[in-house]
Design a binder for this molecule. Sequence first.
Ligand code: NAD
Ligand code: MG
Length: 382
Amino acid sequence: MTRSISILGATGSVGEQTLDLIRRERDNWRVEALTANGSVVKLAEMAREFDAKLAVLADEARLGELQETLAGSGVEAAAGADALCEAAARPVDLTIAAIVGCAGLGPTMAAIEQGGTVALANKEALVSAGDVMTAAVAQHGATLLPVDSEHNAIFQCLQGNRIEDVSCITLTASGGPFRTWTADQLEAATPQQAVAHPNWEMGAKISVDSATMMNKGLEYIEAHHLFPVGLGALRIIVHPQSVVHSLVEFRDRSTLAQLGPSDMRVPIASCLAWPHRMDTPMESLDLAAIGELTFCAPDENRFPATKLCRQAIEVGRAAPAVLNAANEVAVSSFLSGQIGFTRITAMVEEVLNRYDPPAPRALDDVLAVDREARSVAMLELN
Ligand code: NAD
Ligand code: MG
């Protein structure tokens, strides 16, 4: 049976890996909409190859260019923030929410409001919107499937189990490229070093988040919303080999874990085929060749980001949205060479202490907090 799919953020790392899997089962899928920020040529090529009905750019100024590139293909072209949300609202069997940052929140919410199945990679959207998003999922009867490898692992471990029987959820963290670096070395870390992740190939923003451990902090908040076991039952452990993707302990002290190659196509495939399974091109896990799986506690002195995230979710209200916005500004300032590596988390902490708006009740409130927190963060830069 053919299923319809839209991919928000199709030209990114998660988007491309999703299309790689779809290419292998071409007859099973009908592609409705593909979206991108500004990569006209890549988006147009993908839309042609996958015979998409619609291709949408976030960058409105480049609509003409997209229309020209798609001329004669039969693919409809659109651009701008409203067009992204309209594309996301088209009814499909599965939406892949893989835009990076809070920029993906509006389109992700538009997909959720259709009451369909949304595979969520865009963790910043859930971190920022929190209860506003989970309430929309419940209200519209949508299904959220976690793409993030740790949350996908937890989701798999929970199948056939009751959430009330969970005593503890442990998120594993690779520790990133700077796991063994001293505080002095971290001061001098460059963007090039930060984006060179030892185990995963990912977009620039999440790679920097992995290097600061902010990624694990955001995932802690993400886990809190996806798996309501209480903050006291959520842990983080460093596991440099990235083979065990997360663990769930139950009240009888039985622990289930999901293991697999560190390739995002495994969790993406689990969402594409859910509740069944599909083939992936990956080799089987060779534990004898890997030899050793090691674990250790995170060092929050060198990597304070997880502590900040825990504080933000304990405070609640709009604190996670403020934290996320400040982090997005800080990461892009680091990538453009404006600030040093350790300034990223310092800036996030300053913005969190400086700006404490009330709890958002609806999407517009979250977007307003996001905008305001970005301006506060920009002031911190000067
Ligand atoms: P990426 O930077 O490779 O791709 C991002 C996609 O979003 C691109 O298609 C880009 O065109 C689009 N985009 C960027 N800014 C936009 C904007 N302002 N408006 C509309 N579209 C915009 O990022 P990625 O690594 O694929 O990550 C995507 C999301 O998935 C992130 O939230 C990330 O945390 C999450 N995630 C990624 C991985 C991974 O392995 N890459 C793993 C787990 C979770
Ligand atoms: Mg992850």
